[in-house]
Design a protein around this ligand. Structure first.
Ligand code: SF4
Length: 251
């Protein structure tokens, strides 16, 4: 049971109530309850695009943000601009406290080649925690079908790692549903998905996937790392932000 805004909320019970009502219901609840204390995250992957689209239809004034690692593909920045224009949203860039030159001076050049966990911590995990520090809830696009580590995702849950409520409106959706929504509403998406990049993150840690390879083989190639840390409660930096891609879901 969580005590928020002078109300005690049973998150498990609430999740059970909201999930059958669909993603819009979860978003409407979050926007109504948390208002300016709510932040909507996106990594500009397919699920994040759906979330932004739904939010724009409910209240385009809701605070939306992404983690600007300074290492994103040009295609991702172009998509950000198209989405802002199309949906009428402002998507705030959340930066690391270190720019790339400062990071190189403190930790050496190309940290991602030697210690991607530290690089993800500096450029994603710590900036997210700092940004969420004065928020009461955040919205993500994660889904149960994305990976075993996300299989227990609830529509509403407590995020112990960041210390606030986490709302996952698409928790029960499949990759097929996400792409159906994108195509049905003619929403823009990253052209790299059609060029062999099923999961798009920072350019140093993303490569195209070859036929027969695991769909996540293109992320952190050469490292055991599969996650960048944003969606693991209490995690120390070994997790990932980018939405996973599934064979059944087509761009
Ligand atoms: S994905 Fe790669 S480049 Fe981006 S923050 Fe993580 S380690 Fe650094």
């Amino acid at each position: 049971m969580m005590k928020i805004l002078n109300a005690t909320i049973d998150l498990k019970s609430l999740a059970r109530q909201l999930e059958p009502q669909g993603p819009e219901a979860a978003l409407r609840w979050a926007i109504a309850v948390f208002g300016e204390q709510l932040a909507v995250a996106t990594g500009f992957g397919p699920s994040g695009i759906v979330i932004l689209h739904l939010v724009s239809q409910i209240d385009p004034g809701v605070k939306a943000f992404y983690l600007e690692t300074d290492l994103l593909f040009g295609e991702t920045h172009a998509l950000r601009d198209r989405l802002q224009e199309r949906l009428g949203l402002t998507i705030e860039a959340v930066h690391s406290s270190l720019d790339l030159e400062e990071q190189a001076a403190r930790h050496g050049e190309s940290l991602w080649k030697r210690d991607p966990n530290l690089c993800c911590y500096l450029r994603k995990v710590e900036p997210l925690r700092r940004f969420l520090d004065d928020k009461q809830a955040w919205v993500t696009g994660i889904r149960r079908d994305q990976s075993p580590s996300r299989a227990a995702t609830q529509v509403v849950e407590w995020d112990a790692g960041n210390g606030l409520i986490k709302v996952n409106p698409l928790a029960a959706w499949t990759s097929e549903q996400v792409w159906e929504h994108i195509h049905a509403h003619d929403l823009p998406f990253n052209p790299l998905h059609r060029l062999g990049f099923p999961s798009v993150g920072c350019w140093p840690c993303t490569r195209s996937v070859l036929p027969g390879e695991d769909l996540r083989a293109g992320r952190w190639d050469g490292f055991a790392k599969t996650e960048c840390g944003l969606h693991i409660n209490g995690d120390n930096g070994n997790g990932h932000t980018e939405p996973a891609y599934h064979a059944a879901g087509k761009p």
